[in-house]
Design a protein. Structure first.
Length: 475
């Protein structure tokens, strides 16, 4: 496994007024009587004391052996459970006023930003250093690196040939990104040039699969993570040769594009072959290629024709402009696609669950991520808990699902010595829960308090952050 070379400093969002009160404490902490779930696989340890000084855990152990820092705020956590702060390993952050409070209130204390506006991301990072923002640790790619006719021109850098691809890798490294995000419209030649230069300069590269580059090709080229299970359904199909043929050239018209999408779905769904999937998984294990399924996002389109998706009460945290655009997109897709499309999409999602289950069984490294800020109807913060539940549905134990957004995230980023567990010297990014998440993964939603960079936010402060996000979304 090739870890990330650099981890950005923590980023923070402005607190709501209530959270700026004495409830938001930065003095030393003594959390007493808590059950520690450190996500290493060790048994849960009841009746522990966790001491925090500054932004670090200074001691973890039996109450008789742990001495509170002088002047510490004592938190009686008897009956509660403490876990490491959660990481959403695939997001897109466009603003902080609503998004960062949603992350923090849901215990999401780190995010991997998979494409955005580099100047904004760097400015937010600077504001963190100045103590102006509260929010999750932030690992950034900056813009998408894409080819001609990019799908997201506002947040992409477009290259025109392999030499330009190498140059942009060098430029982004100088600009301070943590990794390169490759995207859909690169040519294979541009993609492989970017892959080679990324390795030359010591930057990981991750992301999508351009046309003509399949999952096995990306793994062999050294792509550190493949998002959304891209290429897996196609390459594990007995109809793969036909799929490749259909993908050889772009469709000439919107009607041809729709017809081809249906034809591809039929080939993918009808041809799924567990043995081919196993071979692909073995390659990923050999090459250290991680998968980020983003199941909560993959489920959105297949179920867009279900009214429940548009009536999600959590949409109150989404800005009015975004809600309007999401509903317009939903209406358009429902109007433009025949019943067979929805049937095939739902079948494809079930096969993506089966792919996730197969990869997990065969030892492929996987991370939890939501794609919040990307597709419609994904709710920042809240949906990471739904992603954990989806991973359990796909065969993970609750512990394994938790590890995908704590310990495994830290290992992927090359920072296992910094965070991802509850241990002496680790970052004081912690979540206090009312119930044991190892008994039921849904218990990660039962958050009593969050400790972010050593600062204690109780339930009242977290509710104030949510109220701030809701109020901001209403304008």
């Amino acid at each position: 496994m090739k870890p990330f070379a650099v981890l950005c400093m923590a980023c923070f969002v402005p607190l709501a007024a209530a959270a700026q009160s004495k409830q938001f404490s930065s003095k030393p902490l003594e959390i007493t009587g808590v059950t520690v779930i450190d996500t290493t696989g060790a048994p849960a340890r009841p009746d522990q004391t966790v001491a925090v000084e500054g932004d670090r855990i200074s001691q973890v152990g039996d109450a008789k052996k742990v001495h509170a820092p002088k002047g510490a705020q004592v938190v009686n956590a008897r009956g509660l459970y403490v876990i490491p702060g959660l990481w959403d390993m695939h997001v897109h952050v466009w603003e902080t006023d609503r998004t960062f409070p949603l992350f923090i209130a849901n215990g999401v204390l780190g995010v991997r930003n998979m494409g955005g506006h580099l100047d904004d991301l760097k400015r937010w990072r600077s504001q963190v250093i100045n103590g102006e923002l509260l929010g999750p640790r932030l690992v950034i790619s900056g813009p998408l690196v894409d080819g001609l006719n990019p799908a997201h021109p506002d947040s992409s850098v477009v290259i025109h040939d392999p030499a330009e691809g190498r140059a942009i890798v060098d430029s982004l490294k100088q600009s301070g990104v943590d990794f390169i995000k490759v995207f859909d419209n690169l040519t294979p030649e541009e993609y492989y040039a970017i892959a080679e230069e990324s390795k030359n300069v010591g930057l990981p590269f991750a992301g999508h699969l351009p046309r003509g580059v399949w999952a096995s090709d990306a793994s062999t080229a050294g792509q550190l993570s493949i998002e959304h299970l891209l290429g897996s359904l196609e390459e594990s199909s007995r109809n793969f040769d036909q799929i490749v043929h259909l993908n050889d050239s772009p469709p000439a018209s919107p009607a041809e594009k729709a017809a081809r999408a249906l034809a591809l779905l039929r080939l993918e769904v009808d041809g799924f072959d567990p043995e081919r999937l196993k071979i692909l998984g073995e390659l990923f294990v050999k090459n250290g290629t991680w998968q980020v399924p983003t199941l909560v996002a993959r489920k959105i389109v297949p179920f867009l024709n279900d009214d429940a998706i548009a009536k999600n009460p959590l949409l109150v945290y989404i800005g009015a402009k975004d809600r309007k655009e999401w509903n317009e997109l939903r209406d358009r897709l429902m109007k433009d696609n025949p019943p067979e499309y929805w049937t095939l999409r739902k079948a494809a999602y079930q096969e993506e669950l089966a792919i996730t289950r197969g990869y997990h069984r065969d030892g492929v490294s996987m991370l939890g991520g939501t794609d919040a800020g990307g597709p419609p109807f994904v709710i920042p913060g809240f949906d990471l808990h739904n992603e954990l539940a989806a991973l359990v549905t796909a065969g993970f134990t609750p512990l394994e699902a938790l590890q995908s957004v704590t310990l495994d995230a830290a290992q992927f980023l090359g920072r296992a010595d910094d965070f991802g567990t509850v241990a002496n010297g680790k970052a004081a990014d912690l979540v206090l829960l009312d119930a044991n998440p190892l008994d039921d993964i849904h218990n990660t939603q039962k958050i009593r308090a969050v400790i972010v960079q050593g600062k204690y936010l109780d339930r009242t402060a977290l509710d104030a952050l949510l109220a701030h996000a809701k109020e901001s979304a209403s304008h």
